[in-house]
Design a protein around this ligand. Structure first.
Ligand code: PMP
Length: 352
């Protein structure tokens, strides 16, 4: 830390992104990316947009917003496009949470929630998941808080039903409920259908997972138009051109080829079931997943050690050195071939 770093942030513990190694070619199953490239129209749209990079992007991302609204069955004024969904989560924390409406989220969830809370000096409470790693909706009702839930949750992959989400939204009329649906397209139930009925619901989504665009940085929020106006106040006070021209063009093209991504999601779900079955046959406990990853442990096997042995064999997964989940590995689901190589690697590690 330099002597100039402000005291305001001296205690801030930044988020640790998953490894993006450059040293060798891994079977890369550590950051929940899609194994499939973007749809064909995306590359062409990006290439065409390159000729206009001397111009700022549209601060309203109007065409993209209208296209996304159409695909999700909402009005454009209920949508805000952002630079990844990390950005809308940060905007939402800034806009809706403070000392009077502190944040609540599960103790085991997306690691960026406590970081954004600390960055913005918002008090927060972490509510323990139940013994089986599920979320009890009653824990999140009625407290004048700002609730943030990843649904499906990460890194567990476990999902709440739409009915349970509605219970939480209805149980918090005085606070915004942010439902982070980064992984919803792999078998979860979206809460977007509730935004017309609840003025306190904000659903966030991303193009990083099911739409194969993690490197383009595109996320969005869908909610009541008044919430979206508040989020725009934050956006226009930080980065009005938050979605660049190439990403915006890519996003429009991707939404026009939605079928391609739906088909990829079905392949990922099938590969997920294959991998979970194979791991169970090897003695693993695998949590029920509605995401493009699974969370698994083998009783008697140290999670950190298994992570390192797999890495030495060229297979990269994610390990979190945290209480309760130290023995688990989070395995992103890739192609069938990648998953077969992963299962083979696990067998070798266990034999060794
Ligand atoms: N929410 C969850 C639960 C995530 O795991 C991630 C991915 N790291 C994000 C949001 C953010 O993804 P992105 O910024 O790429 O949209």
């Amino acid at each position: 830390m330099s002597s100039f770093f402000t005291k305001r942030y001296a205690a801030l513990e930044p988020y640790t992104p998953g490894e993006q190694p450059q040293d060798m070619q891994y079977v890369k199953l550590n950051t929940n990316e899609s194994p499939f490239p973007p749809s064909p129209g995306v590359a062409a749209a990006v290439a065409a947009e390159c000729a206009r990079l001397q111009l700022y992007s549209d601060p309203e991302s109007r065409k993209l917003t209208e296209k996304l609204a159409e695909v999700y069955g909402v009005k454009p004024e209920q949508v805000l496009m952002t630079n990844g969904s990390d950005e809308i989560l940060n905007f939402a924390f800034m806009a809706f949470a403070d000392e009077e409406r502190p944040l609540v989220f599960p103790d085991i969830s997306y690691g960026f929630y406590p970081v954004f809370a600390q960055l913005n000096h918002i008090p927060y409470e972490e509510i323990p998941l139940k013994e089986d790693f599920s979320i009890d909706p009653a824990d999140y009702c009625g407290g004048g808080k700002t609730v943030v839930l990843a649904n499906p949750n990460a890194p567990t992959g476990m999902s709440l039903s739409l009915q349970q989400i509605e219970q939480i939204v209805a149980g918090n009329p005085d606070g915004v409920v942010i439902v982070d649906e980064a992984y919803v397209d792999f078998g979860g139930e979206s809460a977007v259908c509730l935004v017309d009925r609840y003025e306190n619901l904000l659903v966030t989504g991303t193009f990083s997972k099911s739409r194969s665009m993690a490197g383009a940085r595109l996320g969005f929020g869908i909610g009541n138009a008044a919430l979206i106006r508040d989020l725009n106040t934050i956006k226009y006070s930080t980065n009005p051109y938050n979605v660049n021209r190439m990403t915006s063009a890519a996003g429009i093209a991707a939404l026009e080829e939605n079928e391609y991504y739906l088909a990829n999601c079905r392949v990922i779900m099938a590969n997920r079931e294959y991998t979970a079955e194979a791991l169970r046959a090897l003695g693993f406990e695998v949590l029920p997943s509605c995401a493009n990853f699974i969370f698994a442990r083998r009783p008697g096997v140290d999670g950190g050690e298994l992570y390192r042995s797999l890495k030495a064999r060229g297979i990269l997964v994610r390990h979190f050195d945290k209480p309760r989940i130290r023995d688990f590995l989070r395995i992103s689901i890739g192609t069938r071939e990648q998953m077969e190589r992963f299962v083979e690697g696990v067998k070798q590690c266990l034999e060794a």
